[in-house]
Design a binder for this molecule. Structure first.
Ligand SMILES: [Zn+2]
Ligand SMILES: [Zn+2]
Ligand SMILES: [Zn+2]
Length: 139
């Protein structure tokens, strides 16, 4: 497995509050020991994140499972844009698509975070917090 680079967390303290809230959230959800390990060992892929999202431990170093919306491919439908689940790699269609399979995936699995699977779009979304996230694409 390829080595993942160190998470880079960018804070705008005016917008996001104090930087330590990110670490607090990680510690609360993953345990302090794991939070410290993640800071040191860089388990997570590169990402920038707003401090308010408390679902960062749902992010895995996933790859897209399918080369298009999984459900639309299965039934021969089309889509507008693609979103990838950051927990399991499910690829689903966006809310501008008629089937909204990405949101549907969240509703069924509770996997909280997606990112755009469109080339050059490094943004993500936490469904639970309704927060936009910034991912830094791995080099
Ligand atoms: Zn969240
Ligand atoms: Zn779809
Ligand atoms: Zn998922």
């Amino acid at each position: 497995m390829e080595k993942l680079s160190k998470p880079r967390v960018v804070f705008d303290e005016k917008e996001n509050g104090p930087a330590h809230t990110w670490f607090d959230a990680l510690a609360r959800f993953s345990g302090l020991r794991e939070a410290l390990q993640r800071l040191d060992e860089c388990v997570l892929p590169n990402w920038d994140m707003k401090a308010e999202c408390t679902h960062i431990n749902a992010i895995r170093p996933v790859n897209p499972v399918t080369n298009g919306c999984q459900e639309c491919l299965a039934r021969g439908d089309d889509w507008v844009h693609l979103r990838m689940c950051m927990t399991c790699g499910h690829v689903g269609c966006c809310d501008s698509s008629k089937n909204k399979h990405a949101t549907n995936h969240f509703l069924h699995t509770k996997h909280p975070i997606i990112r755009s699977a469109e080339p050059g779009e490094p943004w993500g979304w936490c469904y639970v917090d309704e927060l936009q996230l910034e991912f830094e694409d791995a080099a």
